[in-house]
Each structure stands twice: as structure tokens, then as C-alpha cells.
Design a protein around this ligand. Structure first.
Ligand code: MEV
Length: 440
């Protein structure tokens, strides 16, 4: 039976571990040694990781892989990817190589605006609220100057604040809907600090607005928080080539492949069941680079899927067409990213990943990550519409199965060799291991 504990956060790391292993594990010693295996022997590095969050008991590893040969706007990149799923990095690398030989990826940042809102309740006349808002708006911006001064020096800051009437949805509900330019920072702290200052000024100054009745002066702030929905922080990535140049394989002409590929994208555009899986494949690429570069993948995920539903129905993030025998494939995706602040300066592997990417600005990183998503989708659709996904996927998954059976290096080598010319299925691998072991 597990039990509750008071003051857990105050215990030392080793006491926390003792409590966990003794409370939850039949073999406390073995649980403890697994936790210890994942500690870093470099004490400083371990302390850094311990202090990222609360109640750290060990580190959770993900592999960091790289996909080379990405040509983006004429510049070559090797893209770092942190992900556990086999075949994602291989697929990205394959797509990069394919497009390297066909002119590479072209990208553009469409917009970089971020959003934050002060949600409040006001019981009174909307005209007077509008008058109040218009009169106070310069002060809202002015009072936030201590927060915005540095960002403004670099060319960013508050873009605008609007008053939005939401009373059709909730009685008395209004918003200060603010837009920001946060340059190379993801900007969450900056935006939230500005919003909290707006809320303070907005509530306090209402007390002395002469046109308000006593009741109208009682503006009730519900909350002040950035929005992770950033449809105007948008980037586009695309590839194109003559349909004949798409052929690598004699079984299908370039034109037939292009048509089938476009059909697969069209299906994801109209069919939500397919669109979710289609976009999941895109996020395999996007999330892996978002994680490797220390960005917030939950924010990216939440936003991307809201964006994919912006027309009232969940749909594909990518699009494709054939125009005058030219195959065109593109993605438009909102990505709020930072290359300064947060983990970017703290986590040594994140710093390394950013250096590998030529120390990109947030705008450049938006472009690289959109490309990773497009490349991943290209690789998935290419397999799905030709060989099927399992052939390549199971080849990559082979090592996981071998590890499940604790295969030795020699066994791995022999079995990998065998499956170069045989179809990988779980049962075929099990059979191969059993055969090999019975021979020895
Ligand atoms: C698997 O992680 C991703 C795919 O299912 C994506 C897709 O179906 O497009 C292969």
C-alpha cells in the first residue's frame, strides 16, 4: 500500500529516493541502482539538471541524433533531433538527401507576432469602458516601460493592445488582447510580466476614472497570461521539382508518384482521422528539433493543432500540388521559439545543438524546424504511397527487438545481416534469435 508524505520537497535527494524505493518497489535496491545509473558522475552537471525542476530523482535520457545534408535557402545544416522513436532520424536524413539533389528547401518567415491577454470582468456600460480603455492605453504601455525598455532597444516590445468584448460568450467578460514582438526570445516571461503590469494599471486607474459609476470602477481581473496560440508567428517551408525528377525507382514514374503523393495530402486535408496521423508524423520532426534546442514542445504542440483546426475542421499542415509538371510541397506552421533565454543558455546540450545549427536567430530556427516537419512528412508519405511504412520502420525497429532479447553484439551483427535481405517482423526476429541461440 502506498502512503502519503508531508514535507517531501524538503527532504534531501537521497532521502527522497529512499522513500520512493522503499514505498513503491518490491526490490528497493534494484530500483535505487537504476536511478543511480542515470546520474551524471560530473557533480556540477548533475546539480544543474537537479535544479531545472523540483524533486529530481535522476535524469531521463533521450537519444540525441543528427540528420545531415539539409540545404535550406542555399545553406547546409545538420539538424539535431532528440527523439526516442526509431526511423525518425533516418527518415529525416533520407528526405534531406533527396531534396539536396533537387535544390533543397526554401523558407520564409511570414510573421512573428505573439499574443497575451488580460481576462477581466466589468459590469457596466461598454461605451464608458471603451472611453476608459482609450484614455488609459498610453499609460498601460508607459507603466510597462521598465519591463519593455531592453526589448525595445533591440527592436521588439509591445505592438498593440486592444479591448475585446466577449460578453456574447460570458456575461461581463472582456479582454485586453495584446500583441508583442519578442525577437530571439520565446518571450513567455516578458509577455506575462507585461500583462500583469497592464492588469495592475488597468484595475487601479479605474478607481479615478470620472465617467465610471462606483460599480463600474470595480474591474475584476480574472487572469493575465500569454496565449500559446500564435497564428501570426508563422513560417513557410517548401520544396519543388519537375515531376520527372521525383523518380528514383523504376516501379513508378515521377508523374504517377507525384499524383499519388498529392492524393495522400488531399486525403489528410479533408479527413481528420488521417490528418491527425499525418500531422503526428510532421510533429515527429518538429518536436525532435524543438526538444534538442531547448524549446517548449508542449506550447508548440498545443498551438500547431489549434492552427490545424482554424477553419473549423482538423486538417493537414502540409499541402501539395502539381502545376505545369512541377511538383510543389509546402508547410505553413506557427512556431513560437527562442534561441536566447530559458534552457538555451543553461543546458550544455542545447547550447551545443544551437551551435551545430550555426547559432540561429529565432527566425532562422523557425525555418529550420518547419523544414524538419516538412521533410518528415515527405519521408512518411513517400513510404506510405510506395513501399508501405513497415518495411523501413521495422528495419529501424530491429535493434529495439534485439535489445528486448538482450542480444549480444555478435548476435546483433549476424541477425542484422540476415535481415538485410529478409522482411523484418517481430516473430521473424524472435525466430532468428532462437535459431541462432539453438545453433550455439
Ligand atoms: C509514425 O510515427 C508517423 C507516421 O504514422 C506518419 C504518417 O502516417 O504520415 C508514419
Amino acid at each position: 500500500m502506498s502512503k502519503s508524505i508531508a514535507g517531501f520537497s524538503k527532504l534531501s535527494k537521497s532521502k527522497k529516493i529512499d522513500w520512493i524505493v522503499e514505498t513503491y518497489f518490491t526490490n528497493a535496491q534494484s530500483a535505487k541502482s537504476i536511478l543511480k545509473q542515470y546520474w551524471n558522475s560530473n557533480e556540477k552537471l548533475q546539480q544543474l539538471h537537479d535544479e531545472f525542476i523540483e524533486n529530481t530523482i535522476t535524469n531521463y535520457y533521450l537519444p540525441l541524433g543528427v540528420a545531415p545534408n539539409f540545404l535550406i535557402n542555399g545553406k547546409l545544416y545538420t539538424i539535431p533531433m532528440a527523439i526516442e522513436e526509431s526511423s525518425v532520424v533516418a527518415a529525416a536524413s533520407k528526405a534531406a538527401k533527396f531534396w539536396l539533389e533537387r535544390g533543397g528547401f526554401k523558407t520564409t518567415v511570414i510573421s512573428t507576432t505573439k499574443i497575451g491577454q488580460v481576462h477581466f470582468i466589468y459590469k457596466g456600460d461598454f461605451k464608458r469602458l471603451t472611453q476608459y480603455f482609450n484614455s488609459i492605453k498610453p499609460k498601460l504601455i508607459d507603466d510597462a516601460k521598465p519591463i519593455t525598455a531592453n526589448m525595445e532597444k533591440r527592436g521588439g516590445g509591445i505592438i498593440d493592445i486592444e479591448l475585446r468584448d466577449k460578453t456574447k460568450d460570458i456575461n461581463g467578460y472582456y479582454q485586453l488582447h495584446a500583441s508583442f514582438e519578442t525577437l530571439d526570445a520565446m518571450g513567455a516571461n516578458f509577455i506575462n510580466s507585461c500583462l500583469e503590469q497592464f492588469a495592475k494599471t488597468f484595475k487601479n486607474e479605474a478607481q479615478s476614472f470620472n465617467l465610471f459609476s462606483d460599480e463600474e470602477k470595480q474591474i475584476d481581473i480574472v487572469m493575465s497570461i500569454l496565449s500559446n496560440y500564435v497564428p501570426d508567428c508563422l513560417v513557410r517551408a517548401e520544396v519543388s521539382c519537375h515531376v520527372n525528377d521525383l523518380t528514383e525507382n523504376k516501379a513508378i514514374t515521377g508523374k504517377a508518384f507525384a499524383e499519388k503523393f498529392v492524393q495522400a495530402v488531399n486525403i489528410a486535408e479533408i479527413e481528420p482521422y488521417r490528418a491527425v496521423t499525418h500531422n503526428k508524423g510532421i510533429m515527429n520532426g518538429i518536436d525532435a528539433v524543438v526538444l534538442a534546442t531547448g524549446n517548449d514542445f508542449r506550447a508548440i504542440e498545443a498551438c500547431v493543432h489549434a492552427y490545424a483546426s482554424r477553419n473549423g475542421k482538423y486538417s493537414s499542415l502540409t499541402h501539395a500540388k502539381i502545376e505545369d509538371d512541377t511538383f510543389k510541397f509546402w508547410i505553413e506552421v506557427p512556431l513560437a521559439l527562442g534561441t536566447v533565454g530559458g534552457l538555451t543558455s543553461l543546458h550544455p546540450l542545447v547550447k551545443l545543438a544551437l551551435e551545430l545549427l550555426h547559432k540561429p536567430s529565432a527566425k532562422e530556427l523557425m525555418q529550420i524546424i518547419a523544414v524538419a516537419g516538412l521533410a518528415q512528412n515527405f519521408a512518411a508519405l513517400r513510404s506510405l504511397t510506395t513501399t508501405g511504412i513497415q518495411q523501413g520502420h521495422m528495419k529501424m525497429h530491429l535493434m529495439n527487438i534485439l535489445n528486448q532479447f538482450k542480444a549480444t553484439d555478435v548476435e546483433k551483427q549476424t541477425i542484422t545481416e540476415h535481415f538485410k535481405n529478409n522482411t523484418v517482423t517481430h516473430s521473424a526476429v524472435v525466430e532468428a534469435i532462437q535459431n541462432l541461440r539453438s545453433k550455439n
